[in-house]
Ligand binder design. Structure first.
Ligand code: SF4
Ligand code: SF4
Length: 361
């Protein structure tokens, strides 16, 4: 396998040190050694030394959610996300992707989303139509909200309406490219999607990005790939926190006791942790889970549930256990993928989005 010298160095240096062994959400859910960062590095290193074939490790390569908890905890500075994504790219270039990944990639290229969806629900379609006029501000919904959680997308629109924001939602929103980046890394196809999206966003002065996964891509990955966006790009959480500060949304604290699930894309990648807490504390009483802010534990997503649904259920259940361990029976989410993942397995715990809190729903 062709791999950059930088990645090879990280692969060969990251092994058997145990420092990040305990924080991998997938490894903790499955209890399997193969799911830890150091085991993945060992597999890649065996391929690099031609001891095994690339195909033999590809399932394992797709069992990493790229949450970066290991990168964050590695005091020696090795980056398992980097070598995992480069291995995905190389497998794509060599035609060695697992079939279930090929299907998701083909969907991304054909329909712009890994799920192969072409239509959203009718209530969201109507809400989008009602906001189709061109304004200075764009609300960017993202494919997870638009096609897999349209009620949440609808609520995101309602919150901005409630605050009197004048904004556009695009009927034919370009995909941010973040799904392709997850599936095949920095391939030409990924960059082409990102460039098309950046161009569309450049038509607006301000772009409010609803999904933290898209926000991470647009605010961080685009820069890494040399793609410029000629707009002020802000996360939905920071924009809504600003609306509260400016008195455009009325804070009504219900006294409800909640914990907050930090999306790693906001807390680790974009270093945004307090804006969502300002919103939560305006409507409820916040306490913290033991692993919070940059130490957060990923709670699952919709994309990986397409090919490893049982593991994603276990991941979400473990995060719920973290919440109930501190006596919480309500978890507030700021990421639509985590909302869906937690909601799918929640039994005695309430899963509430920030929009639910604000709208009192
Ligand atoms: S990423 Fe760092 S902490 Fe984790 S196994 Fe590799 S060297 Fe150890
Ligand atoms: S990026 Fe996340 S899922 Fe992947 S090995 Fe690191 S901690 Fe585990």
């Amino acid at each position: 396998m062709i791999m950059s010298e930088k990645c090879k160095q990280h692969v060969d240096s990251c092994r058997f040190c145990w420092m990040c062994h305990h924080i991998c959400p997938i490894g903790n859910a499955t209890g399997q050694e193969r799911n830890t960062a150091r085991a993945r590095a060992l597999g890649i290193s065996l391929v690099n030394r031609e001891a095994i074939e690339l195909e033999e490790i590809m399932d394992n390569i797709y069992e990493c959610c790229t949450c970066g908890a290991c990168v964050h905890d590695c005091t020696t500075g090795w980056d398992p996300v980097m070598f995992t994504k480069e291995t995905r790219l190389q497998a794509a270039l060599e035609g060695k992707l697992p079939e279930y990944i090929n299907t998701l990639v083909a969907n991304c290229l054909e329909t712009g989303n890994a799920y192969g969806k072409t239509e959203t629900c009718s209530t969201l379609a109507d809400a989008i139509k009602a906001h189709s006029a061109k304004k200075d501000t764009l609300l960017f919904l993202g494919v997870d909200a638009k096609f897999m959680a349209c009620e949440q997308a609808n609520k995101a629109i309602k919150v901005l309406d409630k605050a009197g924001v004048d904004f556009t939602v695009l009927e034919n929103e370009a995909p941010s490219g973040v799904q392709l980046d997850f599936l095949i890394g920095a391939a030409n196809e990924t960059k082409a999607q990102m460039e098309a999206c950046a161009k569309a966003l450049g038509e607006f002065k301000t772009v409010v990005v609803y999904d933290p996964n898209d926000a991470k891509a647009i605010k961080q990955l685009y820069k890494e790939y040399g793609i410029e966006v000629n707009a002020n790009v802000v996360t939905y959480t920071s924009f809504v926190a600003g609306l509260l500060k400016d008195g455009k949304l009325e804070a009504k604290n219900s006294g409800k006791a909640v914990v907050f699930q930090d999306p790693y894309q906001l807390s680790r990648d974009l270093e945004e942790t307090e804006e969502a807490r300002e919103i939560v504390m305006s409507y409820a009483v916040l306490s913290e889970m033991l692993l919070n802010r940059a130490e957060t534990v990923w709670a699952g997503n919709i994309l990986m549930a397409q090919y490893m649904p049982e593991v994603i259920k276990l991941v979400a259940k473990r995060r719920i256990f973290n919440a109930t361990s501190v006596g919480a029976n309500a978890i507030v989410t700021a990421c639509v993928a985590e909302y869906v993942s937690l909601k799918a397995v929640a039994e005695d715990v309430e899963i509430i989005s920030l929009e639910d809190l604000i709208l009192g729903e």
